[in-house]
Write a protein that binds this ligand. Structure first.
Ligand SMILES: Nc1ncnc2c1ncn2[C@@H]1O[C@H](COP(=O)(O)OP(=O)(O)OP(=O)(O)O)[C@@H](O)[C@H]1O
Ligand SMILES: [Mg+2]
Length: 440
């Protein structure tokens, strides 16, 4: 019995330290982003279910061997309920949490019955202890200890001299994260991305109206438009996060309208979000690892027993991405401790680590200080080398400096398209957008 227990723990440890273990914790943290960086989250959830079922089935078999018989009522609803409670006490999402929870549970039930002689009320008292424990330790005993560790680490970071001054933004290094190492990629000479007649309705509201849009290979395109013009909705449709009501999308000539978001990311098209979508329980380095793993291993791979640091090329890619978004020095700080500008750079880093050949950035400068904006514009110029970039931005100075061509969206439709100079001169744009800004 002890032997099988040991084997179970060793296999469990290996799985937790494998790429699959890391991806499972990322899915628990932020399933939307895990899928957007290219992981097939349904397959990974099914894997977790099958592994858990295998453990439970094996444990049940061992119990039968131990007792030498198995009554039909061996596993009642109460048994399942106890397992959930033991996990909640110890800490869900941790390997040793259920073990600690089960130990506490069994000890207390024994203590109440044999030492305190509570009689039939022991279940009630244990129930109260459970409620109190869960109220004060929401993430269980192990989760509470981890939070304490994070808090202490956070205090250390807060106390460090680097944190007293605003975090210095290093000039991005020219280390380039290879934009396109896509498997079986054939050269395509047409537009990198094309949308034909793209329309999105939310009930009666038309967020995007018959948009025809095309970006050339290697182009740096800007998209501007007032709040609510439909820019973010347009991006969500382009990366297949949202299905259009009508219209088709072509990436390197291939119709991707009905493709899943994870698959599209694997093809080399991804975006960064207007509102940060980070794995906030992980560190920046672990965040980037999750994104890079998708590019290294594909949408789904069952390397349950492989150590994560044995994935070929992963380290180099993670370090290069961290350097590119200037987060090397802050790579092991908990994400919650990062300054806002650093979180924004990590948001871009997550998209970048998937090695996209076409990157869409939704308001990358939003909420940044003027100094951070300047540095991030530099970073964007760096990123644009060797890949196609489409940037939605409200910062006019930045977008006019960055973009080769600009598309203006207004009330869900394309109002104008042209070089920055043409857009600045365009009276329709001035009236609909810049005029409104000036009036404001
Ligand atoms: N999931 C949704 N359900 C219903 N309406 C939505 C949804 N998403 C967006 N909208 C609506 O669609 C319109 C376009 O929204 P979208 O977020 O695309 O605008 P935007 O150009 O990105 O604006 P901003 O500059 O403020 O980010 C808005 O009127 C918005 O309220
Ligand atoms: Mg938006």
């Amino acid at each position: 019995m002890a032997f099988w227990y040991f084997v179970g723990i060793v296999i469990g440890l290996r799985i937790v330290r494998s790429p699959v273990g890391a991806i499972l914790s990322a899915i628990r943290d932020n399933p939307l982003r895990a899928s957007a960086v290219g992981h097939n989250i349904h397959a990974y959830k099914l894997t977790a279910f099958v592994i858990a079922a295998a453990y439970a089935g094996f444990a049940g078999g061992l119990l039968g061997v131990l007792q030498a018989f198995m009554p039909p009522d061996a596993f009642t609803f109460e048994t399942s309920g106890q397992l959930v409670m033991q996990t909640a006490i110890g800490g869900a999402g941790t390997l040793f949490g259920p073990l600690v929870g089960a130990t506490v549970w069994l000890y207390l039930s024994d203590f109440f019955q044999t030492t305190l002689h509570l009689g039939a009320t022991w279940k009630l008292v244990l129930g109260v202890v459970f409620v109190v424990l869960v109220c004060f330790l929401r993430r269980g005993i192990i989760g509470g200890l981890k939070d304490l560790g994070l808090w202490l680490a956070g205090r250390r970071w807060r106390g460090s001299p680097a944190e007293d001054a605003p975090a210095p933004v290093e000039v991005p290094r020219l280390a380039s994260v290879g934009p396109s190492r896509r498997r079986n990629e054939k050269p395509f000479l047409g537009p990198a991305l094309e949308a034909r007649g793209l329309t999105k309705r939310f009930g009666g509201l038309i967020a995007n109206r018959d948009i025809n849009f095309s970006v050339g290979q290697g182009e740096l395109r800007g998209i501007i438009g007032p709040n609510g013009a439909g820019k973010s909705t347009f991006f969500k449709m382009l990366t297949c996060e949202m299905r259009p009501t009508s219209g088709r999308i072509f990436f390197h000539g291939r119709d991707i309208t009905d493709v899943k978001v994870a698959r599209v990311c694997q093809l080399g098209l991804t975006k960064s979000y207007q509102v940060n979508q980070l794995f906030s329980r992980l560190t920046p380095r672990q965040n980037i690892v999750i994104a890079a793993l998708a590019e290294r291993r594909g949408t789904f791979s069952l390397d349950l027993l492989r150590r994560i640091d044995r994935v070929p090329g992963l380290d180099t890619q993670v370090e290069a991405t961290l350097a590119m978004v200037s987060l090397t020095a802050r790579a092991d700080v908990p994400v919650v401790e990062l300054a806002y500008g650093e979180k924004r750079r990590l948001e871009i880093g997550l998209a970048l680590a998937t090695s996209p050949s076409l990157l869409l950035l939704d308001e990358p400068l939003a909420g940044m200080s003027p100094h951070e904006r300047k540095e991030t514009v530099l970073l964007l110029k760096n990123i644009a080398r060797g890949r196609t970039l489409v940037v939605v931005e409200h910062d006019m100075d930045a977008i006019f400096e960055l973009a080769e061509r600009i598309t203006v969206l207004h009330e869900g439709a394309i109002l104008a398209e042209g070089t920055p100079a043409e857009i600045q001169r365009n009276s329709l744009v001035q009236e609909a957008y810049l005029g409104g800004m000036a009036a404001a």
